[in-house]
Design a binder for this molecule. Structure first.
Ligand code: ADP
Length: 270
């Protein structure tokens, strides 16, 4: 923790702002296996965090917990100041009901490795379905929003197309537009370029970069794409055995990691 009274530096944005995402002492177990071990992680509004680390170190679990796809064993996760699985009551935190969970979860969008588009719907309908059904937008409003996003990701000419006729990079850009149509504050990306041919990776990463700026998003990205993590992230967290083993600005983590395990991992993947 920074001791602000003794620091000669002026406070940074992350010192003064409420974090957009906070993991506070979060532990997640599957049986005897501790997958996240008393994890503390604060992500400032509009910060871009790359999560790297060996397979099985808990990276995807971090994103799944944020989507409330998994219950927490210990600790609390906050999104935009609100506890994710619990709500405040006079006596402290009590388990949240579905309505409350949905409202907090509405701040979060997620894009997966395998796109998960609705195959029987056009590109446009993929992007309007949830805004109409979940947010209650009219068809016209939802379409206006979707067209704007699809144009931004360079797919304005594919509105009536079905997913099977798109390239992997195009499908992933639809998935990104679809997530953004819900106007989340936080976007989670789980290995979104892993299933793509190398020549299609750039177009997806460019879309993510551009949209992050345009919509002032807070982003958490699990990635094996070290080049992108280096260029894109404000901070890189190296996960090992369910903990953040080392974290810092990309140039520090990639050029001069302090811990042996980080160094070993990077030597193997770079
Ligand atoms: P990473 O994304 O770093 O590869 P994960 O977060 O996917 O790691 O998984 C961390 C550990 O948790 C792995 O050992 C994995 O096998 C285990 N795990 C993940 N999901 C489950 C589950 N539903 N049941 C049991 N074990 C799981």
């Amino acid at each position: 923790m920074n001791d602000m009274t003794s620091s000669p530096l002026s406070p940074t944005a992350s010192d003064t702002q409420e974090p957009m995402v906070r993991f506070s002492g979060v532990t997640k177990r599957y049986g005897d296996l501790t997958v996240l071990d008393n994890l503390d992680l604060d992500v400032a509004p509009q910060e871009k965090v790359a999560i790297i680390g060996p397979s099985g170190s808990g990276k995807t679990t971090v994103l799944r917990m944020l989507m409330t796809l998994e219950p927490i064993d210990e600790g609390v996760i906050y999104v935009d100041g609100k506890p994710l699985t619990h709500m405040e009551s006079n006596g402290g935190l009590v388990r949240a009901n579905e309505k409350y969970l949905r409202s907090v979860r509405g701040n979060i969008g997620m894009v997966f490795q395998h796109f998960n588009l609705f195959p029987h719907m056009t590109v446009l309908r993929n992007c309007t379905e949830a805004p109409i059904n979940v947010l209650g937008l009219s068809k016209a409003e939802a379409e206006e929003r979707a067209v704007e996003l699809l144009e931004l990701v360079g797919l304005g000419d594919k509105l009536g197309e079905y997913p099977q006729r798109l390239s992997g990079g195009q499908k992933q850009r639809v998935a990104i537009a679809r997530a953004l149509a819900m106007r989340p504050k936080v976007m989670l990306f789980d290995e979104v370029t892993s299933a793509l041919d190398p020549e299609l990776v750039g177009e997806v990463l460019n879309a993510i970069r551009m949209l992050g700026k345009q919509f002032q998003l807070t982003m958490l990205m699990v990635t094996h794409q070290m080049g992108f993590a280096k260029e894109f992230a404000d901070r890189v967290c190296f996960f090992y055995e369910g903990k953040i083993h080392e974290e810092g600005p990309p140039e520090e983590i990639f050029n001069s990691p302090k811990r042996e395990r980080t160094h070993q991992f990077l030597s193997a993947v770079l």
